[in-house]
Write a protein that binds this ligand. Sequence first.
Ligand SMILES: [Zn+2]
Length: 329
Amino acid sequence: MKRHLAALLMMTAGLGLVGADAAPNDVDSHIAAAQKAAGTDFAGTMSRLCIQPANGADAEASARNARGAAPRPRVIPPRAEWYAEPAQVFDNLYWVGTKVHSAWAIKTSAGLIIVDTLYNYAVEPEIVDGLKKLNLDPASIKYVIITHGHGDHDEGAKLLQDRYGAKVVMGAPDWDLVAKATTMAGGIPKKDISVAADQKLTLGDETVSIITTPGHTPGTLSVIFPVKDHGKTLTVAYNGGTAFNFPREPARFDIYINSQKKFQKAVAAAGATILMTNHSEFDQAYVRGRFARKPGEDSPFVIGAAKVQNYFTVASECAEALKLKIKGS
Ligand SMILES: [Zn+2]
């Protein structure tokens, strides 16, 4: 009996199947685990997190501005490069982003909740005019959730706050980041709601669960919310910060990894079958929002609970790989 057990242990060790607690902890194993989880669904995320950074410095990191943020657009790109028509994605969810960055409008019985606000140059044509094109009233925006304080997501906030009286919601540490900015295209919004711990935000018939997921920035927020698809309730997991354009320190990667695992668990408990982020390269929102959908067919945004889980495995495994690389260099 004992001999058999020993032989079995030797066999499994030889195959690398040594159980979850003793999973191989080297760069290649983590990249392989990420690749397996990514499949063809998250090729963009895999490329950005596991391939590009492993080959050297993240291009964005060197172009960081004084806020320690993603690069500000020094020159506004030509409109043809970024402008996108808005799209209704579900009964009560609308995409008002650019070809690169996403912004979303959740329609509730008591007004709109906007998630992320794009660069300053895009807020008027995409969010304000986009809502009007979709027969939604920008004056009914009650809350603006900023998933993190980088210019590609927060520059439009002040316009929505000043013009429509929308309350801006952001993670407490990112409010501090914004407060330190000397200049910010679009202006610095005043602090309305500062999120320091997981909380719920209810407006009319909609409740958004806000989960703190520090890592990409210290105050990154991720959200889980229900949507209706032809009357059927579905759950969206929205990851608030993805790329590794932050100080390359092992401790920061641990914070990032813990957050990905925390949100992955919350998303599993909520039964989310839709994964969204604020960049199209990670969730293909721009393309998915343009798919023609045949009657009876699922929305292209619905990928199923297992694939949604896979997304967070890609993020955390790529972070593990890069952390080890940094430690070893
Ligand atoms: Zn960012």
